[in-house]
Design a protein around this ligand. Sequence first.
Ligand SMILES: Nc1ncnc2c1ncn2[C@@H]1O[C@H](COP(=O)(O)OP(=O)(O)OP(=O)(O)O)[C@@H](O)[C@H]1O
Ligand SMILES: [Mg+2]
Length: 501
Amino acid sequence: MAERDKVLSVNNLVINFKTDNGILKAVRDVSFDLTQGETLCIVGESGSGKSVTSKAIMGILANNAIIAGGNIIYRGENLLEIAEEEFYKIRGHKIGMIFQDPLSSLNPIVKIGKQITEATLINSDKLKLMYNDLISEDMIRYKNTLARMNIAIDTEKKKLDLLETEIKRKEYDSVAAKAADQSLLKEKKAQFKDFVKKTKEEYMGQAKQLKAVLSETEKRAKKQVKEYKAQVTEEHNKAMAELKKRLASASGDEAKKQIQQEIKEEKLAFTNKLSITKEEAKRRALEIMREVGIPEPEKRFNQYPFEFSGGMRQRIVIAIALTASPEILICDEPTTALDVTIQAQILELINRIKEERNLSCIFITHDLGVVANMADRVAVMYAGKIVEYGTVDEIFYDPRHPYTWALLSSIPDVDSKEKLEAIPGTPPNMIFPPKGDAFAARSKYAMNIDFREQPDYYKVTDTHYAATWLLDPKAPKVEMPKIVSERIRISLEEDNHEQAE
Ligand SMILES: Nc1ncnc2c1ncn2[C@@H]1O[C@H](COP(=O)(O)OP(=O)(O)OP(=O)(O)O)[C@@H](O)[C@H]1O
Ligand SMILES: [Mg+2]
């Protein structure tokens, strides 16, 4: 995947929670990329870590969360490291989020209209926006270089840490064996030090150049913004002088009133060039309310959240997320609380907005029916890990992980609406996550090794990977459950029929 097509990349994310019963491991080494314009669905049972992952991206994890590893790179910045203030800008501005329960994201005692306009006014300093736009490319290039350096060092450091823990845990039956490991560790540490030095030299040279370019761009941008402001002000002053002259020489109340109106408009236009006025914000709010399909927006503008139905409230939340013109939209089970027809309408709305605004979307759901309607790609999560990912066709027509099979077996039948086969057992207690493949205890396909060792990702195609020992060349060949293969067969047949017709 070309670097520029990636709008967000999550790498080796590890998130724990402090609880009274011990450390709960909610997200265990999760990595994925989001590509420009795509919808990535994250699917998995309750408690698999879907919301925690998305909250980490938004920077809104609970206080007892510990980010124990990894990074989230957005436009060259690690969202896990940037300053709170900086995060605010991105959060409101470039990444928007829609939650399951629209009521919890709306303020119950503030009128809807005000909540939407407030979101607009937060990003109202046009000169600042102009400046940021002018420098953004060079800024990203510079920060990307630093991020790449940190990731390279991080990755090596992790390997070293792993070795160190392994050696610490090992029980030795001879002093010599222990000494050999100790000296290996020492050697690796020295190598790591060298690696850090070399990597820093390599990247810092580049970074320095990019920084110099950035400084120049910043200077130029400052000048451009200043000139723009001066030009706009000059034009405004000229226009005002002209209008005042006309006012002084005007005769008759009607003519004077007309000029006074023009003065008012000129002042408003001037403010609008530098920032967004309340009037402008309201106009935009109404426009966005119309965009998300709220009938009679003028009337609705002055109502409180409780006066709206669930579906309408979710539309308002979407409207608020859109005021900031985000680049990425994260939807966490946005339709779970709604009934089926309303659910379909909201999904349609999200799909339409996504197309019209060319958004990239992370869509979280436990409903595979929704996945089929929304996703370009799918990541299947279980017990804090992504166990399989691929294009939507790969996941539905060529699933490889027993957990994905189980999920697919449990989709209610389209005709009978009956759940076919509930997934046996319950998800594990994440304070003591199982060793090996966490799904093993619930899987009839589990082999001995599944209970001992965590499988790595096996490549199925360039876009399709699954972390299951079943894909190991040494594993016995097993067939996916009949229920799944039958469905795939039937739906492929239907597709063929449609094509033939
Ligand atoms: N603040 C917290 N303190 C302790 N544990 C937490 C906290 N927040 C989440 N967890 C735990 O982290 C794990 C993952 O939770 P998460 O909310 O991401 O699940 P989910 O996949 O979104 O599930 P659902 O489909 O129910 O929304 C769960 O075991 C949950 O209990
Ligand atoms: Mg959730």
